[in-house]
Design a protein around this ligand. Structure first.
Ligand SMILES: [Fe+2]
Length: 296
């Protein structure tokens, strides 16, 4: 019998939580989930089911239904993989925690999506600093069923492998793109702005905040602008970027980024909450509740 997978969480130090990386690919130890684990999944799933119908993108909602994730117990990766392989050729692989960048990019470049096998504790329903099973599965996997978005994710992985070889600044620029699209992106639909970012759809508080609060900026997608923009890892975002379609995202990321990284190297980064005169502004944030420092 093989060793059970580990639960690799961020470490609490005197500087706060610091990431701990792990590279193993593991079998999902489904039989070892406790009643509490399943109840945590069910609670989080029910909360998001209640608030997302008027807030999440059509693509997210339709694919969530198509995937038939079970609301009452933690889904089995093997079951979801049957639907995923048939529609877009993606596959979920179990991991023990946060992956080093290059390992993560390599998985995406090969249409494998790493999913943390373990779920947060009941006292972490509203926030935890690292990705867990609910974030990875509920937040990310429905859109892997969407063909154009699925291609974008693979293109991002390939871009990540290249950026890693170019250097730290290139990686910083590319990471911001992932953050402001895959994790915290909004999309314009006929009835208004909707959520597609997984960091938002897996968070009750941010699902409401990103669309309804006057505090954050909502600004039209612009590749170079996003690559220059710092972001928050400890609070809701100060700025959300809005795409018109997944095709727009895919088209913007088709060119080779190497000349863009070179161009951006000479430009300053932009604080997370700034609005520029060149921005297409859907909403200029009131800034209420913002902390002055702490952008990464
Ligand atoms: Fe994520």
């Amino acid at each position: 019998m093989s060793t059970p997978p580990k639960r690799v969480e961020h470490a609490l130090t005197d500087k706060g939580y610091v990431p701990v990386y792990t590279t193993a690919v593991v079998e999902q130890p489904w039989a070892s989930y406790s009643e509490t684990d399943h109840a945590t999944w069910a609670t989080l799933f029910a909360r998001q089911q209640e608030i997302l119908p008027q807030r999440a993108s059509r693509a997210f909602l339709d694919n969530l239904t198509r995937m038939q994730m079970r609301p009452d117990v933690i889904p089995k990766f093997d079951d979801l993989n049957i639907a995923l392989r048939q529609t877009t050729g993606w596959e979920l692989v179990g991991v023990e925690g946060l992956l080093p960048e290059l390992t993560f990019f390599d998985h995406l470049a090969n249409r494998r999506f790493p999913v943390t096998w373990w779920i947060r504790k009941p006292e972490q329903l509203d926030y935890l600093s690292e990705p867990d099973l609910f974030h990875d599965l509920f937040g990310h996997v429905p859109l892997l069923m969407e063909p154009v978005f699925a291609d974008y994710m693979q293109a991002y992985g390939k871009g990540g492998v290249k950026a890693h070889a170019i250097g730290a600044d290139a990686l910083t620029h590319l990471t911001r793109l992932y953050w402001y699209t895959v994790e915290f992106g909004l999309i314009r639909e006929p009835d208004g702005l909707r959520i597609y970012g997984s960091g938002i759809v897996s968070s009750k508080g941010e699902s409401i905040h990103c669309l309804e609060s006057p505090a954050p900026n909502r600004i039209g997608f612009d590749l170079r602008r996003i690559m220059r923009t710092r972001y928050r890892i400890d609070t809701f975002q100060k700025t959300y970027f809005v795409i018109d379609s997944f095709d727009q995202l895919m088209d913007a990321t088709r060119p080779d980024f190497a000349p863009i990284y070179a161009e951006l190297a000479a430009q300053d980064s932009i604080p997370a909450g700034d609005v520029l005169s060149s921005d297409h502004v859907f909403h200029s944030g009131s800034g209420e509740g913002w902390l002055n420092d702490g952008d990464v």
